[in-house]
Ligand binder design. Sequence first.
Ligand code: SF4
Ligand code: SF4
Length: 138
Amino acid sequence: MRGYSLYFCKVLKLNEGLKIAIDMAIMITDECINCGACEPECPNTAIYEGGIEWNWGGGTELKEVEMEGGVVIDGNQEQDPVSDEFYYIVSGKCTECMGFHEEPQCAAVCPVDCCIPDPDYEETEDELLEKKAWMHNE
Ligand code: SF4
Ligand code: SF4
């Protein structure tokens, strides 16, 4: 999923050399007990049950998304699950709850503390807020 939307290309270009405060998308580890507590808390519908398909449009205003390479997909087009075993987070939709809450809500409610920063998805606060605005057509 990494960096495959035009959005990410644009943001990375805009913010080249301007990284100041680094934040990260959140990821769910294999310590997840599949309790489901996190899923309804996500303001971006970025959390899905293992084995369930996800889409860009769920919980967002995204009608279509231009992928890297110029292919445009429908926002409701189902995408393959990231995990078949555990609840998972779509990194491209995670804003670390910025603009909605003071802290990541999934991490706040998880009973086993398995929602942790994803080192593969470092983004600045500005990037996360720009992602939120993009997803919610603000
Ligand atoms: Fe959703 Fe917030 Fe968790 Fe990201 S940090 S997956 S936006 S609840
Ligand atoms: Fe897994 Fe934690 Fe979410 Fe429960 S709250 S489904 S243990 S990540």
